[in-house]
Design a protein around this ligand. Structure first.
Ligand code: NAD
Ligand code: MN
Length: 362
């Protein structure tokens, strides 16, 4: 079989630990070639560019997909710097970010339906167009800051379509595994009661995806204002299936949802476009624990699984998810965020050992 080339972009902080932990364990793989590519704030400080043209060119010309670590974007303005992951999503038109939030196996209460939410975050617009400016208020002489927010019918529709498609395919898998028999459901998150033009367009467009296509008749649809969405998410997380949201709300509710399943260190994501996919843990560069070999690698490993899934390598993807679950179930190899004292590399190696046939898989 032809080797697939995967671009690895560790970037900053714990990205530099979780991505190498994974690739070093796979380094002799007969199925994959890895090429390491530069990006990030540290790279910007060294070279003046956060996302080198070479990285973009090699992703487009040589890679089937990529895995991104995390970037340390400073909270103050730095002249000439902007986030390379935001730029990458734009540049490769990775228009949705899918974030499966599932309960960690060892936490499962057999009497309750597990948490199994798929958050679909619009990935190209909203406040992330970064059209900000500052003026001075004439009356007070004090500064005023403004930001434009873009919501388009085009982006909302393709994001909504992805949500209903995924609700259907998740339902198919659940039925084939004879898991709990709830109907598939899409929850639309917005704040149209206040932002009736922008969020109103998102809401109306996503609703239209179902209303105009009988293919989605079997998928239930509900909507939830973003504030009460957070409340419901914390109160009754197991009732949600697919959740679709504009960019910023999607970002915020995913970190909250990660707390429900143990840690940000276990929640993966995939940035998906029509021509490319970039796996990426939901967490950031975690400066508070960087360099200590204690970052949880599971979010990055599951992101590799998502990457394989979207490259149609379903068997390999399931093998990764199952190996992660197996290790979590033993309760022996856990990083400190999950209450253990294993290192990043120990957890990674344990997961690799659980892969069914390490010769086939790696
Ligand atoms: P963060 O996700 O980096 O960390 C939040 C908390 O979760 C911290 O306590 C951290 O220790 C913990 N955590 C995160 N990942 C973990 C893991 N794998 N294992 C164990 N614990 C983990 O969020 P933050 O602290 O708000 O942001 C830090 C930096 O990351 C900022 O510069 C921010 O811009 C950047 N960031 C980048 C991305 C990205 O690359 N896509 C996403 C979010 C934040
Ligand atoms: Mn985030």
């Amino acid at each position: 079989a032809k080797k697939l080339t995967i671009g690895l972009i560790p970037a900053d902080g714990i990205g530099k630990e979780v991505i190498p932990a994974l690739s070093s364990s796979y380094s002799n793989s007969p199925n994959f070639n890895f090429i390491e590519l530069n990006a990030g704030f540290e790279h910007f400080q060294k070279t003046g560019t956060a996302l080198p043209q070479e990285t973009l060119d090699r992703l487009k010309n040589e890679c089937s997909g990529a895995l991104f670590g995390a970037v340390s974007s400073p909270s103050h303005k730095v002249a000439g710097y902007s986030s390379p992951i935001v730029a990458l999503r734009k540049n490769l038109d990775l228009y949705v970010n899918v974030r499966p939030v599932v309960s960690v196996a060892s936490n499962k209460d057999p009497n309750q339906k597990p948490i199994d939410i798929l958050i679909i975050r619009e990935n190209t617009e909203c406040l992330y167009i970064k059209q900000e400016r500052q003026t001075v208020d004439e009356k007070t002489g004090l500064k005023v800051a403004w930001a434009d927010r873009k919501i388009s019918e085009y982006a909302s529709r393709r994001c909504g379509k992805m949500a209903f498609e995924m609700a259907l395919s998740r339902d198919k898998i659940r039925q084939s595994l004879r898991l709990w028999d709830t109907r598939p459901k899409v929850t639309i998150v917005h704040k149209s009661n206040v932002l009736s033009i922008t969020d109103g367009l998102f809401r109306e467009t996503v609703r239209g995806v179902k209303e105009n296509d009988s293919m989605y008749d079997g998928v239930d649809m509900e909507e939830q204002l973003v504030d009460s969405m957070v409340y419901r998410l914390f109160r009754e997380p197991h009732v949600f299936d697919v959740v679709v949201a504009p960019n910023l709300y999607g970002d915020i509710i995913s970190d909250g949802a990660a707390a429900l399943v143990g840690s940000l260190g276990v929640v993966p994501s995939a940035n998906i476009g029509d021509n490319f996919v970039v796996g990426e843990p939901v967490h950031g560069s975690a400066p508070d624990i960087a360099g200590q070999n204690k970052a949880n690698p599971i979010a990055a490993i599951r992101s590799a699984g998502l990457l394989l899934e979207h490259l149609q390598l379903h068997t390999q993807a399931s093998a990764i998810y199952n190996a992660v679950d197996d290790v979590l179930k033993t309760g022996t190899f856990l990083t400190p965020d999950l209450g253990g004292n294993s290192t990043t590399q120990q957890v990674t190696d344990a997961i690799i050992k659980y892969l069914p046939d390490s010769h086939d898989m790696t």
